[in-house]
Design a protein around this ligand. Structure first.
Ligand code: UDP
Ligand code: MG
Length: 320
């Protein structure tokens, strides 16, 4: 199987027929061996019925129905688990992404990139509620994650299967897949893609998404920078804080016992105690983090590195 197209679907009944048709019209002429994995994310309208009917006539349609609405990230994750293609493409099910862009993205991967990300350079969404916040978010995300993309929110992206199968998603992390994958060291290309206004059905998001994206960004930053060495980060700040507090306390000790100055009326003493206290706490958090890191990597057999290729290596036989 060359290609799997994963499409999360939540209450998109009016869009499915057209989506199905456009998708196959765009992919059939490419000669690729492909499948379309539609994940019904607990839709409350007729989406599942329609998907089932379409799939009855089209063996290349795979339908995964979730028991309830788990959210777009979870739906995409379910799609990845059922995708069998060497390349996995994700796209929205509301026709805002254009399936005719898929061959372009797949072509980028053929050039050797691990990820090809769509960029909706001419985005057809409301300016105040969608494009402006997204512009700010994109700037912030690219500063913090150091993965430079213009448009993280564009669902239309292509991944090499081995990359996507190694990414575990939680929360609303789907927009951060390239950033999370960059942990493994991946090459990312950006491709300008077509974007269309939503003509049927309703958008599932509004401004309320902003704080969630910010919180996810904190998580991603942490995963990217410190996840295998928490004591280095927490411990460093802990040491600094403790040292500052300790020096301050030392100063007051001298005042009291060498120069016999009374300590009352000196708020700095409180600061000294606070700094030492925070220092100890940060170091403890770092140590707890170190334990967590070990549990995290060892329970999942997750190495702290990612291998691209091995040459001339034969694994030792069992019992050696
Ligand atoms: N979606 C989903 N589960 C959800 C919310 C959305 O599967 O809980 C799907 C939705 O059906 C669509 C895609 O995710 O295919 C993007 O959603 P939407 O178009 O509402 O987002 P927007 O384009 O407005 O950012
Ligand atoms: Mg949309």
């Amino acid at each position: 199987m060359d290609l799997s197209v994963v499409v999360p679907i939540y209450n998109e009944a009016q869009n499915l027929e057209a989506l199905h048709q456009e998708l196959h019209e765009a992919l059939a002429p490419t000669g690729l061996e492909y499948e379309a994995v539609f994940v019904d994310d607990g839709s409350r309208d007729d989406s599942f019925k329609i998907l089932k009917r379409l799939a009855a006539e089209e063996p290349r349609d795979v339908v995964v129905a979730l028991r309830k609405n788990f959210g777009q990230t979870a739906a995409m994750s379910a799609g990845f688990d059922h995708a069998q293609g060497k390349v996995v493409v994700t796209m929205d099910g509301d026709l805002q992404n254009d399936p005719r862009d898929i061959p372009k993205l797949v072509g980028k991967l053929a050039e050797g990139y691990d990820i090809a990300a769509g960029w909706r350079f001419d985005r057809k969404d409301h300016f105040i509620t969608r494009r402006l916040p997204s512009k700010l978010a994109n700037g912030l995300i690219s500063k913090i994650t150091k993965v430079k993309l213009h448009d993280y929110g564009c669902t239309l992206k292509a991944f090499r299967a081995d990359v996507i199968q190694n990414v575990r998603l939680y929360g609303e992390l789907h927009r951060f897949i390239p950033a999370i994958a960059s942990l493994m060291g991946v090459s990312i290309a950006e491709v300008k893609v077509n974007h269309r206004a939503r003509t049927a059905g309703k958008s599932k998001y509004g401004l309320g998404r902003t704080p969630r994206v910010l919180l996810d960004l904190i998580t991603v930053k942490f995963l990217l920078s410190y996840s295998t060495r928490p004591i280095q980060i927490f411990g460093l700040w802990g040491l600094l804080s403790f040292a500052a507090g300790f020096l301050l306390a030392l100063y007051y000790t001298f005042l009291k016992f060498i120069f016999f100055e009374p300590l009352w009326g000196k708020p700095g003493l409180l600061l000294a105690v606070l700094l030492m206290f925070i220092g100890v706490q940060l170091i403890s958090i770092g140590l707890l983090g170190e334990m967590q890191v070990r549990t995290y990597h060892e329970t999942q057999d997750k190495p702290i590195y990612a291998v691209r290729q091995v040459i001339n290596y034969t694994p030792p036989a069992e019992g050696d």
